[in-house]
Ligand binder design. Structure first.
Ligand code: VGL
Ligand code: ZN
Length: 207
């Protein structure tokens, strides 16, 4: 059983959004056309309270991209993004959502961030996605979305850790690239962990 996991394809991560991923919008039509090829489609949504401690606004004197220590974990500081129920947190208008079987929220705890769609950054609390996929007899997770170097990376690595065969559909992902080379490093790390990289051409005819 194959699942398509759509990671954080939300307004705030798209051009014009608070934490825009460069060229993030170019993946949407690819993701829409991929959906019918999968037996199960799920999505994650970054879903922060307004005072989330990953927001630079909660750390006077700091700038976006600074790393602080938060309860023993390294935390990158971001602009305010994906606040629960805001327009920025909504899935992008053009993303087809009718085939989404379940949405998993993450980053809901004010002091704890969650890049992975499976666990928080401390690795202690599950979102329920792992159990859900296992209950639906999923063996293979195909991962698309934003951002390659943060939430896609963390979701793919946890997927491997949980024992799923894991695939990254490379041209259906884009990264933040806070530092040059971050995306390439993330892809190398995913491959080393056992993630298999493919492109949408495996399913789709060229445009
Ligand atoms: C993400 C930074 C902060 C992501 C979420 O979806 O990759 N990145 N929150
Ligand atoms: Zn976030």
């Amino acid at each position: 059983m194959n699942a398509l996991i759509m990671v954080d394809i939300q307004n705030d991560f798209l051009p014009g959004g608070a934490l825009a991923v460069p060229h993030g919008d170019t993946i949407i039509s690819i993701v829409n056309r991929l959906q019918p090829f999968f037996q199960l489609v799920v999505a994650t949504q970054d879903w922060h309270p307004p005072n989330h401690m990953s927001f630079v606004s909660q750390h006077p004197g700091h700038s976006v991209g600074d790393v602080v220590n938060l309860d023993g974990l390294d935390q990158v500081l971001w602009p305010t993004h994906c606040v629960q129920n805001s327009h920025g947190a909504a899935m992008h208008d053009q993303l087809h959502t009718t085939s989404i079987a379940e949405v998993f929220h993450k980053g809901t705890e004010p002091r704890l961030d969650s890049y992975s769609g499976f666990f928080d950054n401390g690795g202690n609390h599950e979102t329920g996605m792992g159990t859900y996929l296992r209950d639906h007899r999923v063996t293979d997770n195909f991962i698309v979305g934003l951002a390659t170097d943060y939430c896609v990376r963390a979701t793919a690595l946890d997927s491997i850790r949980l024992g799923f065969r894991t695939w990254l559909i490379e041209d259906a992902c884009r990264g933040v690239e806070l530092n040059a080379g971050d995306c390439e490093a993330a892809i190398t790390e995913m491959k080393q962990a056992g993630v298999q990289c493919v492109t949408s051409a495996r399913w789709l005819a060229p445009n």
